[in-house]
Ligand binder design. Structure first.
Ligand code: MN
Length: 171
């Protein structure tokens, strides 16, 4: 499960194949992920090419663009995905720029029209019960985080993910 404004499926960035924007293409090519069980949530923005999103959808990635999620609670989406995944070992990669810059401006590639903080909490909390084997929270950039609020939000989202790991009985 990949929550991000960006699909991170470029072939290269600045001449490099291994970058923060090529991760999911490499993972797909190397067979590290099941494309039919890869969920990209919060996608939006200008992108790098017209194929930014359509090519990965062709591999089987399931896309939930931000504009389809505006004004909606995300607990239902999380529950749907949970049912679809079943017991398969699941990794969550959470990019802080999935949130709207109003909530998390301290990041390198902000995109307007993103998720709210409450939607993020709903989404993560609805994943309890999945066989989560790992998670990350990426792209908080201290030089852009002039108030420290983005780091605060990132730390809390990571804490929420730890709370839904298997065996944790916090809630
Ligand atoms: Mn991103």
């Amino acid at each position: 499960m990949h929550v991000d404004a960006h699909a991170d499926v470029n072939d290269e960035m600045f001449g490099e194949r291994e970058t923060h924007g090529t991760v999911f293409r490499r993972a797909y090519e190397e067979g590290l992920i099941n494309p039919a069980k890869t969920y990209q949530i919060g996608l939006r923005g200008t992108g790098y090419s017209a194929e930014d999103f359509s090519e990965a959808a062709g591999w089987g990635f399931q896309h939930f663009p931000a504009h389809e999620l505006w004004h909606k609670p995300l607990a239902n989406l999380g529950a749907e995905i949970r049912r679809d995944i079943g017991d398969i070992p699941t990794y969550i990669s959470y990019d802080i720029d999935s949130l709207d810059p109003a909530y998390a401006p301290g990041t390198g590639t902000p995109e307007i029209g993103g998720l709210t903080t409450p939607q993020s909490l709903e989404l993560i909390r609805s994943l309890k019960g999945l066989n989560i084997v790992g998670c990350d929270l990426v792209e908080v950039s201290p030089p852009y985080d002039t108030t420290g609020n983005t780091a605060l939000t990132g730390a809390n989202l990571l804490y929420e993910m730890l709370c839904v790991l298997p065996g944790v009985t916090y809630r």
